[in-house]
Write a protein that binds this ligand. Sequence first.
Ligand SMILES: C[S@@+](CC[C@H](N)C(=O)[O-])C[C@H]1O[C@@H](n2cnc3c(N)ncnc32)[C@H](O)[C@@H]1O
Length: 289
Amino acid sequence: MSVQKNDDQSEFVQFWNEVLVPKFVKYKHVLVGGLSQHSEAIFPKLEVNSGDRIVDAGAGFGDTAIMLAERTGDGGHVMATDCCDGFLEYGRREADEKGVKNISFVVADIQRQTFEPVHDMMFSRFGTMFFENPVVAFKNMRTALKPDGRLTMIVWRTMEDNPWLGAAKAVALKHLPPPGEDADTCGPGPFSMAGQDMVTGQLRAAGYDRIEFERVDAPVRMGDSIEDAIAFQLALGPAGEVFREAGELGEQKREQIEADLRNLLEPHVTDDGVVMASSSWVITARNPA
Ligand SMILES: C[S@@+](CC[C@H](N)C(=O)[O-])C[C@H]1O[C@@H](n2cnc3c(N)ncnc32)[C@H](O)[C@@H]1O
């Protein structure tokens, strides 16, 4: 499908709203439950002080924002931001159900939004890799921070370190052409912040200091069953993009692609769904003191 440019929204933000929200909602169990080990690995040691004011950038369904709100307590506050209200409404509902009151859900395109410099921390789990202009977005994120305020973001490492996405894309590319230059996409994509030197340069250019990277290797659970995992791969991520962009040709080859995905994923079926290796960076940086 083609996404029409709307002056109020960038093409990527429009793509997220129109194309990806319904797909993410369908696979919420993978995106919230299946990827959570990357934040669980760092949450116990994440510095969150009672009374902290925090922004969660690209908060999606809001689960990390709610956890941060519970940690910072009644004296603190979390602003969960995302460019898609269709995601945030899940967070609003969950916060209501849990009685979490120190949280707000704000629709914002981080590339166009500046903040009040009253926050102690900016957090993002897999929310920053889609920025068309990362330096502008990182600068905007820094406007939220007090002097010495902390940034923590989780991003994917390379495609090679993430076979759950890379190997599935290779299967799709065995049958289908790569997406063209004019493909409708979510933005630069999941691996755009895998390069340490490049991201260090972007963060420095945006004014941060004390930039550090920590590697986290953790399993991802990409479906309840092999059928669920195959459907997930054809709907989202790099394989899903190849399949979507191929249009009718993709549908014609669906049976062969599904058979090859089944061969790929079968060895990874466990008692707890389909589980594969993945790897992320936890990147921390500071607003200068
Ligand atoms: C892979 S999801 C991660 C969501 C959530 N943080 C999580 O870990 O489940 C990426 C999120 O970034 C949001 N996003 C992408 N570009 C954005 C932008 N320019 N401004 C704000 N949010 C953005 C998307 O809508 C989506 O919710």
